[in-house]
Design a protein around this ligand. Sequence first.
Ligand SMILES: *Cc1c(COP(=O)(O)O)cnc(C)c1O
Length: 483
Amino acid sequence: MNYLSTRGAGAGERHTFSEILLGGLAKDGGLYLPADYPRVTPDELTRWRTLPYADLAFEILSKFCDDIPADDLRALTRKTYTAATYCNVRDDESAAQITPLKTLGVEDGAPLSLLELSNGPTLAFKDMAMQLIGNLFEYALAKHGETLNILGATSGDTGSAAEYAMRGKKGIRVFMLSPHKKMSAFQTAQMYSLQDPNIFNLAVQGVFDDAQDIVKAVSNDHAFKAKYKIGTVNSINWARVVAQVVYYFKGYFAATKSNAERVSFTVPSGNFGNVCAGHIARMMGLPIEKLVVATNENDVLDEFFRTGIYRVRKAAETYHTSSPSMDISKASNFERFVYDLLGRDPARVLQLFRDVEEKGGFDLAASGDFARVREFGFVSGSSSHDTRVDTIRDVFQRYDTMIDTHTADGVKVAREHLQSGIPMIVLETAQPIKFGETIREALLREPERPAAFSGLESLPQRFEVVPADAQRVKDFIVANTGE
Ligand SMILES: *Cc1c(COP(=O)(O)O)cnc(C)c1O
């Protein structure tokens, strides 16, 4: 399997899965994609239907990765997808399924269900891919006798998922910047209570953007970056996307009895990483009817799928909402879909994303390409705080099920795209306890708390407060890498 860049630099310059595993952007600023999407045969689909999650993950990953020996890859997926890791769920049987499907009911003739992706260590779907990345990174680094210092900025979900995936991993340290005193007590405790010596929490005196700017400044110091082996694990990482393909298959199998059936998925979206994996599953031949992109008030993607206009927002136009993990000004994985939409024409992708940088966006409304969006199954919708709260209340009253704010955005938008006879699967991206304030507002009660998290906020915390100054962060890295 060869990988190429969406912007086409060095045509003919191909890369393997392992080569792009630890990297981010391609050298030309594009994103990596496989040269061709592997197809699943009807026989494979039948055989995969009954596989445990870890073995399904092995089968799917094998199609994208031919430079890790099969036995090693299988051992990695089996080590990652265990009931013990995805145990924050109602019962053991659900934990064994890793991503259990929870049926809500039938609405407008369509069976409506939730695919639970947030039973992992940090209670958000990012664990699904990040846990695998932790094991893949450790494996790849050991093979070459290398080390890696992961530097990131987080406002919550991504940072904690990365820390829980990398804790205790050989050859890896994590330096995670978060805005001091700006995260919820629960999110802060999740990260800062980690005592592993390879995890460093840096509380930056500023807002999230200050933390993000420091990461950019340090990464732009190429000499420092090379000397201290600085890397990232952001949502454009290809292995993260491919790991997410697995649960679309798992969800399909859980919602259907035969491969003749089709299903639709609704995906609460921010950076387009999650739904990009759905697009790839569909390109592989999984019978997906619609991919519904659900956004919150930050509706960059909804606007595109309704109008053909992609218009990134300025920081001041980005709303802070009650589904904060979807608060984005531009969607970093979107370029992968645009590449396919334009018939894989790297010169046009390069031009369009130059327009994004120079003019703030592009307009495909008038081009024939936009019409093809529907051929790819895409539709969209958005939500607001009020519809979010109403949906949390409605799902609780009607189905006795508590959902988080992001999943509520998904259910709200899913209901606008139901088709009789076609199961609609909403991806559940986080558990309610992570966004307790809105749960209290909607339901006038406390969110459910998985047993493993009782007393989390009173555990001792380990973190370092630093000023919003890149040099101070560099000094900290130097002092803690022993080099
Ligand atoms: C990250 C995240 C999202 C958005 O996912 P993308 O891959 O960025 O589209 C949605 N919900 C939750 C809870 C998240 O943590």
